[in-house]
Design a protein around this ligand. Structure first.
Ligand SMILES: *Cc1c(COP(=O)(O)O)cnc(C)c1O
Length: 238
């Protein structure tokens, strides 16, 4: 799309529609719109279009690659947005990513937990993080296996400088809404099973699950954060 004014209008309409659908799905799960955070995923667009998302009220933004997050965060450092890292974070990129970050959704190994905890201790600054679980068992996906994360539950006090606040997952790559529902229900069941085994002070209150193709189902199944990119950009992406 060549015309920025058209893009602005499309994005405002898309955001309104997604928020409406989120609110309806939240109601179906006995909650309200305020119970679910929309993380607008900006990985497909540059700074100009990203600003239109912000203007449309998206103040929680997500990126899956650290370098892109740095560049975009720095380009809009004056704006009141929160950054969510939703993709794999290499340990050697922790230090540069940290100051720009509000949430890390994608902790996918114990080694990363150790390194993050060390950084949090050095900075005396806790970072809320989620453990990424490969619920669908897709081979090329990152994340803990369900049994790995289950084995970890009683040890989560080992990283006291982090705020371990829940779980994150993606539905199977080849999923439809109903098979996605099973993946999401499985993540919620895993969280419910882990919570009683967690040391005191660790509350797994967040479930980050649901993308453009399946966010309504994810909310029905208990998502507290959805990560949405393409549905916000319909009619804008080539
Ligand atoms: C890209 C991405 C999303 C958003 O995907 P859409 O289908 O465009 O909504 C969500 N979560 C993660 C981890 C992603 O990498």
């Amino acid at each position: 799309m060549s015309n920025l004014a058209d893009a602005r209008r499309r994005i405002a309409d898309n955001v309104a529609e997604v928020r409406q659908r989120m609110a309806e799905a939240a109601r179906r799960s006995g909650r309200t719109a305020d119970d679910v955070l929309l993380v607008a995923v900006t990985k497909y667009v540059g700074v100009e279009i990203m600003r239109l998302l912000i203007d449309a009220g998206c103040l929680a933004l997500g990126e899956s690659r650290p370098q892109d997050l740095w560049a975009k965060a720095d380009a809009i450092a004056d704006m009141p947005v929160q950054w969510h890292m939703i993709g794999h974070l290499q340990r050697n990129k922790i230090r540069r990513t940290w100051p720009r970050l509000s949430w890390l959704h994608s902790v996918d190994s114990q080694r990363l937990l150790v390194a993050l905890d060390r950084e949090a201790a050095a900075r005396s600054e806790p970072l809320p993080v989620l453990l990424e679980v490969n619920v669908s068992g897709d081979r090329d996906k990152t994340g803990f296996a369900c049994d790995e994360v289950a084995a970890l539950a009683h040890q989560l006090g080992q990283w006291p400088h982090l705020e371990i606040a829940g779980l994150m997952a993606m539905s199977a790559l080849e999923s439809n809404a109903e098979s996605a529902r099973q993946d999401f229900a499985q993540l919620r069941a895993l969280r419910d099973a882990l919570q009683p085994q967690c040391p005191p002070g660790i509350v797994l209150r967040h479930l980050s699950m649901g993308m453009s193709r399946d966010y309504e189902v994810a909310i029905e199944e208990g998502a507290t954060m959805v990560r949405i990119g393409s549905a916000l950009l319909e009619g804008v992406l080539a």
